[in-house]
Design a protein around this ligand. Sequence first.
Ligand code: SF4
Ligand code: SF4
Ligand SMILES: [Zn+2]
Length: 273
Amino acid sequence: MEIEVLEKNDVNMRLLIQGADVPFMNALRRIIIAEVPCMAVDEVVIIENSSILLDEIIALRLGLIPLRTDLDSYNLPEKCACKSEFGCNLCRVSLTIDAEAKEGTRTIYSGELISENPDITPVSDKIPIVKLAKEQKLKLEAYARLGRGKNHAKWQPVTMCTYKYFPQIKIGKQCDACGKCVEICPRKVLIKAGDKIEIRELMTCTLCQDCVDVCPTNPPAIEVNWKDDTFIFNIESTGVLPPERIMKEAVKILNEELKEFMSQVKVKKTEKG
Ligand code: SF4
Ligand code: SF4
Ligand SMILES: [Zn+2]
């Protein structure tokens, strides 16, 4: 398998993967969405809430705030040695809010959450939690834990994780450069350059085939295909973990699951003799 990083920044990563197949790509995608852990608020103790919102709504909103995650310092609650429902310093982080609208109406944002660990903080300070009218107060303690997307979407480390076949576009000699394919393409993949049609942004092609359908020649002068073993893989992190760490964790989990599968197969074989 050959992997090329096409694009990477703090939250996005786009890879070109050659020599793979759909089951493998889908396994990676599903593990990233459902199994790679990240931190999210899981329990909230409301000390004072005189806002217009119910305690439960505030707790739900806190749960959906993405928190920067440190996978090396924290354990999943079910794997922590403390075996405590409440948790310990290795499986739980406490965040507090103590806010009051003294002067007049004001919005409480995620930036007002004070974390006991400066590495576990909201990805954005600008997520609104509640609006307080004059003299209203909000005081609470929230507990964040590691969890997995398969149990709740708040523990999903990505906003998007997709793959698609790598497109191949060929323009035949019978093309008279009428430009109909350029006009119809929703992704502006094609461009008319003089009396020729050129490919401008191959990667953005969605393989919709609209350009083929609109081509007036018979057979169509444009052909859109894909390679069965080459994929473009996109990860967009919520900001909780860098995209390359998400991918690394997914591969680690896949390896562990395959090892577990093989050990089960061996046990069953031994049982049968
Ligand atoms: S629609 Fe067909 S003939 Fe017209 S420019 Fe495109 S490929 Fe060429
Ligand atoms: S298949 Fe669709 S997206 Fe790709 S070039 Fe043709 S019209 Fe554009
Ligand atoms: Zn613990």
